[in-house]
Design a protein around this ligand. Sequence first.
Ligand SMILES: C[S@@+](CC[C@H](N)C(=O)[O-])C[C@H]1O[C@@H](n2cnc3c(N)ncnc32)[C@H](O)[C@@H]1O
Length: 389
Amino acid sequence: MNNLSEIIRREAAQRGVLSFARFMELALYCPVHGYYETKKDNPGRHGDFYTSVGAGELFGQLLAFQFAEWLETLNPQPSTLNLVEAGAHDGRLAKDILAWLQSNRPELLDQIEYWIIEPSARRQEWQGETLREFAPRVRWFAGFQSLLQERTCHSSPATRHPPLRGVIFSNELLDAMPVHRFGWDAQNKKWFEWGVTVDGEKFAWAKIPDPLAPRSGERAGARGTFENSPSSIFHLPSSLLAVLPDGYTIETCPAAESWWREAAGILERGKLMTIDYGLTADERFSPSRTRGTLRAYFRHHAGDDILANIGEQDLTAHVNFSAIQAAGESVGLRTEMFSTQSQFLTGILEKASKDNFFGEWTPAQARQFQTLTHPEHLGRAFRVLVQSR
Ligand SMILES: C[S@@+](CC[C@H](N)C(=O)[O-])C[C@H]1O[C@@H](n2cnc3c(N)ncnc32)[C@H](O)[C@@H]1O
């Protein structure tokens, strides 16, 4: 067992069975040995998977064009505008966006502060290196709470709301958040939760028979989120439950929903946007998806050996877009768009072409656009949700 496995093993030994969400949190985000703390080359050719950012600068350039259009309608005087990115990893997307704005919208860029929400000090450092040339314009916050504290300290009591005007966005952030994994017990007509336990030198799946019961060592309220969350599987229609095969597996991600609500909470005016692969509530229940969407990625191969290779492989599950959409609407956001990445980027390109913004394309740009929008590449599986206030 490596150091990370040892940390998880100790915690599992104390608690008996860990929820899978806790296992995933430690595997990916343990502050010392977690996958995302140690794998700077990921995503990328030398890592385990690609994202749209790795296709080339065009992705960031198209987003920058769209963000500029959105920001220009916000009329910021006298305050500044914000572009807020979460899940910035090594800062490449931020660099592509800022570089495009600098070349094409310098006067708008002068009004923008680029904020990065990044809980990890190590990743903040990676991002700082990539963004050195934009240093005065970029600020980091460990989370929404620290951002809120700062804002409320500097505002008068009369303006004690988060005066953030701008765009908060992420690419492949929500799919990297810890999920709970459930199985359907057809005989007893109820859900059980899949937890993780120690089996000699390895980890093994273990059933938690009553997922809603309070469990020792779990954060207060963590269980309750299953029932109250818009993605709750505990209120499905009986007609659907009657046909679910025994063992039907599904994930829920209360962490992604609360993250989205928090992001919505700091937005006074502007857009909240995410791009990711995922499904709507209806699409989640399909005869072709009886084993859920949780996958491990190791050297560009997707695998089902989720509990192996701890800290060396990525773990990810499809985003439940209906739950995210409902989370935003529950705190007052309006849904503006839910589309495929292909439709979204093609729409941006059409608008940009009217002003000849991207000029004559090089073969490399054409290849990048093809990768980003072709249905067999990233165009169909990736979806874009835009909400606004
Ligand atoms: C799949 S990677 C995507 C990286 C990059 N956005 C891209 O598209 O190439 C997910 C990133 O989200 C980060 N992340 C996960 N939870 C986060 C959170 N609560 N706040 C900020 N970043 C987070 C991870 O550390 C990782 O860098």
